[in-house]
Design a protein around this ligand. Structure first.
Ligand SMILES: Cc1cc2nc3c(=O)[nH]c(=O)nc-3n(C[C@H](O)[C@H](O)[C@H](O)COP(=O)(O)OP(=O)(O)OC[C@H]3O[C@@H](n4cnc5c(N)ncnc54)[C@H](O)[C@@H]3O)c2cc1C
Length: 384
């Protein structure tokens, strides 16, 4: 990532952020808008891990209700991306349609719609005829749908680097290829030692290291049951643009989970089903061809015409999952001045910009105006 031309290379700042995925990059940007000096240390390149390889679902529908205020804060930022960071990241608020194959799943979807009333999702429930009239390409097994018209998708490759560049233009120092080895508190300051970029100092440290967050938190005395896995993605050859909303199967049968979206260039991106084993130490995740084969009948059931298309690429990435599916976002309960935002459990893309904004507010003001108590690391204090 190119630094702003006027920028020197500082060794200390108000805040050091460790990890340059969407959480770290957006936090750097929002901390700069609050006038804090910032050094962001990224082991590889900004947006290279989960934030850059995900499916690109920008969705509020289906989230645990405790995440919706945060998702709504993020929604407001997504709408203003171009104005804020100079890049719309191909954000397309084209809707998200969750569809069901059986009555149980349909009842759950209806219940979710009732519970989510008042959060601004504007869900529209659709029976089989309305569905087929509006979306003639969906499969005949689909009996029910819930449309979130304000959800959509974006290009994950663009988001974290765009936030990183915007933060850099605002004066944040972004140091790539800077793996953090240790974080020690000495007096008022933290000393952050990197593998080959020397040592940095700051009174405040924010850990946004995604699936690697568990290791740093454990070294700071706060172990969490974070499990790393790799969701499997694929993309077809391009065909004329026709599928507007993101399609997701809402099911209580985990093996039936599948989702897809079409980019305006024509390719259909999809994911779902089994998750891959990953190697956190080696920073490696391999897509499993068998999982792609498993995805094919699921895709054909959701949208029969997709069965005729050629698959041109499959991939996976490394994501950290917590048992309750909620992230960790808080100040450390053990070390003053240490903050966490990691463990986004397969759903961090939409909330990413909001997470950066909230963490910047928490660091700046000592509190968040968006409720985040449910995400406190202390909930795992006795379980590990
Ligand atoms: C294949 C896949 C599909 C997904 N699909 C979706 C989706 O459609 N919608 C959705 O909402 N979410 C999705 N997710 C989840 C989403 O991508 C993540 O929740 C989100 O990107 C997490 O962002 P992050 O910044 O916390 O982590 P990351 O993007 O992983 O960033 C963490 C960064 O920390 C760096 N780092 C780690 N250790 C160190 C260290 N010691 N020193 C310095 N730097 C370090 C890493 O190099 C990395 O760049 C998906 C994830 C994957 C893998």
């Amino acid at each position: 990532m190119t630094q702003h031309p006027n920028q020197s290379s500082p060794r200390s700042a108000d805040v050091i952020i460790i990890g340059g995925g969407i959480m770290g990059a957006s936090a750097a940007f929002f901390l700069r808008t609050r006038r804090h000096s910032v050094i962001l240390l990224e082991r590889g390149l900004v947006g290279q891990q989960a934030s850059g390889v995900n499916f690109g679902n920008v969705r509020r529908q289906g989230r645990n209700l405790v995440q919706l205020p945060l998702a709504n804060r993020s929604h407001e930022i997504w709408k203003r991306l171009s104005e804020l960071i100079g890049d719309d990241c191909e954000y397309a608020p084209v809707g998200q349609l969750r569809v069901c194959y059986d009555q149980d799943a349909a009842e759950d979807a209806e219940q979710y719609a009732r519970a989510a009333q008042g959060y601004g999702l504007e869900l529209e429930l659709l029976g089989p005829e309305a569905l087929r009239e509006r979306y003639p390409y969906i499969g005949h097994d689909v009996i029910f749908g819930s449309l979130a018209p304000l959800d959509g998708h974006a290009n994950p490759r663009l988001l974290a680097p765009a936030f990183g560049r915007a933060a850099s233009r605002q004066g944040a120092h972004i140091e790539e290829n800077a793996e953090v080895l240790t974080v020690e508190k000495t007096g008022e300051d933290f000393e952050v030692e990197t593998r080959n970029r020397g040592t940095y100092r700051a009174p405040t440290v924010l850990i946004t290291t995604g699936a690697w967050g568990g290791a740093l938190a454990e070294r700071c005395g706060e172990p969490v049951p974070l499990r790393a896995r790799g969701p499997q993605m694929g993309v077809t050859e391009p065909v004329p643009y026709r599928i507007e909303p993101t399609l997701t199967v809402k099911t209580n049968v985990p093996d039936e989970t599948i989702y897809l979206r079409q980019v305006t260039r024509g390719n259909i991106v999809f994911g779902g089903g089994n998750r891959n084993e990953v190697d956190l130490k080696g920073i490696l995740a391999y897509a499993n061809p068998e999982y792609s084969l498993n995805q094919m009948p699921l895709l054909a059931r959701l949208m029969p015409s997709i069965a005729k298309l050629r698959l041109i690429r499959v991939w996976t990435g490394i994501e950290g999952y917590l048992p309750d599916g909620l992230p960790i976002m808080c100040e450390s309960g053990k070390v003053a001045g240490l903050y966490y935002a990691f463990g986004f459990s397969g759903a961090g893309f939409q909330i990413g910009p909001g997470v950066g904004d909230v963490m910047a507010e928490l660091i700046d003001m000592g509190r968040s105006t968006t409720p985040i108590d449910a995400f406190d690391i202390s909930r795992f204090a006795t379980s590990t």
